[in-house]
Structures are given as structure tokens and as C-alpha cells.
Design a protein around this ligand. Structure first.
Ligand code: TIU
Length: 226
């Protein structure tokens, strides 16, 4: 497999995928962002938008698994003693339920609580990396960078939520670290459709200043040749 390059149809131009160096990273597909009673809802958002992308995220994950390529999952969450939660983050936006408070799905965004879990349809399988992250970006205060380096991964396909918050933050972190990043359009969502559209446009503007964007079908078509 080493050395092969597969052209994936993308914007603003073809993404030259190198399967030996490629991984999928699925950002924060957690109950807390997708179900009533969780963190996303406590911020006043309509969370029903998030569940609609589950089938597209699922088939993208399956495409990577079928091709034998790594799938990495992230979860936004904090320690039970809140020692990794800055007060500025806990208090921001004055949510009806703050991070760490007890809600209908357990303590909001706390490691191990039911609401913090990844949606069952998208759950990691044995051997897949799961990154627990206290920030919006997945590189901040996590082992992600070291794990990618150990595995020789230089290209990342992104899925997950929300497009303009944790997905875009992580893409920007990765881009600055030298990774080539491709966002799967139907496999990401925002609580605000206009923010999703703007994030996609700004990522691929100026000759892919942050990265590429592509349709799930085109990514899967490329993986079929990997
Ligand atoms: N509120 C919002 O849009 N997003 C987050 O708080 N976290 C993630 O994007 N995962």
C-alpha cells in the first residue's frame, strides 16, 4: 500500500490521498451534543439537526474499516473533579446545565457518564483510538499528536460535530501541525446551517487555506481503490 496515491474528488481541487498515511477522525459524536437533556440542548440549541448526519457518519466509518484504515474518535469531556475545566469554560453562555452538573443523562460532559458517551450507532470498536479532550481542539492537552506520529499518519479526513466549533478548531490545529485535512461535508453538522456553510467555505477558500472538503460518496469511491 505504501506509495500509492488516490485522487479524491474534492474542493477546491483534488485531494491526493495516500492510504498508508490516512486516518478518519470522528469528532464528538456524543449523546450530550445530539440528544435532548444534554450539553448542546442546555445551550439553547435544536439538537435534532445532529442526529440526521448519523447514517452518513456511519457509512464513512464503515468505508475506513472496510479499507483497513484507522478510525479515531474524540469525546469532549472532563474529569469528575473538574480539575481540567477552566471556570471560564464552565460559566460561559450561562447554560441551564453547566458542565459537571447532574442532568437527565448523568453529569454533563464528564468522563464515563451516560450522556458523554458516543452515540451507540457510531461506537468505537476494539482497537480504535478514542481521544478524551478537555478543549474544542483535539490536539490541546491530549496524546493525539504523538499517536498520529507513531503511526505515520499525515492526512486526516474529518467528520463529526459541530462544524464550526470542535471540527473546525481541530482542523486548524492539524493544518498548523502539517497535516493535510479533508472535511466530509454530509458527515458534519452545526446547530446553525449558515455556520456550517460558512465554515466549509472558509476552510477551502484561498486554495485550501485550512484544507479540502468533499462529499462522502466521493471519499468512499476513493477508499474503494485503497
Ligand atoms: N456548542 C458547540 O457548537 N459545540 C461544542 O460545544 N463542542 C463541539 O463542537 N464538540
Amino acid at each position: 500500500m505504501t506509495g500509492i496515491t488516490i485522487d479524491i474528488t474534492a474542493e477546491p481541487f483534488v485531494f491526493p490521498a495516500r492510504p498508508a498515511e490516512l486516518a478518519l477522525i470522528v469528532i464528538d459524536m456524543q449523546r450530550d451534543f445530539a440528544e435532548p437533556g444534554g450539553f448542546g440542548a442546555s445551550l439553547g440549541n435544536d439538537v435534532s439537526r445532529i442526529t440526521k448526519i448519523v447514517p452518513d457518519v456511519k457509512r464513512l466509518i464503515q468505508g475506513f474499516r472496510d479499507a483497513g484504515l484507522p478510525v479515531i474518535h474524540t469525546m469532549e469531556c472532563h474529569r469528575p473533579d473538574l480539575s481540567d475545566l477552566p471556570p471560564a469554560k464552565r460559566n460561559r453562555g450561562n447554560p441551564s446545565l453547566k458542565i459537571g452538573d447532574l442532568g437527565p443523562m448523568g453529569r454533563v460532559l464528564i468522563t464515563g457518564e451516560p450522556g458523554t458517551a458516543i452515540l451507540p450507532e457510531l461506537a468505537p470498536i476494539a482497537g480504535e483510538i478514542v481521544i478524551e479532550k478537555p478543549g474544542k481542539g483535539a490536539f490541546y492537552a491530549t496524546e493525539l499528536g504523538d499517536l498520529l506520529k507513531e503511526r505515520g499518519i499525515t492526512q486526516l479526513v474529518f467528520a463529526g460535530v459541530t462544524t464550526e466549533v470542535c471540527v473546525q478548531t481541530t482542523m486548524r490545529e492539524a493544518n498548523d501541525r502539517g497535516y493535510e485535512c479533508l472535511l466530509a461535508e454530509e458527515a458534519t453538522e452545526s446547530y446553525f446551517p449558515e455556520f456550517k456553510a460558512a465554515a466549509i467555505a472558509m476552510i477551502r477558500a484561498q486554495g485550501a487555506i485550512v484544507g479540502w472538503t468533499a462529499h462522502v460518496d466521493d471519499i468512499l469511491e476513493g477508499l474503494a481503490h485503497a
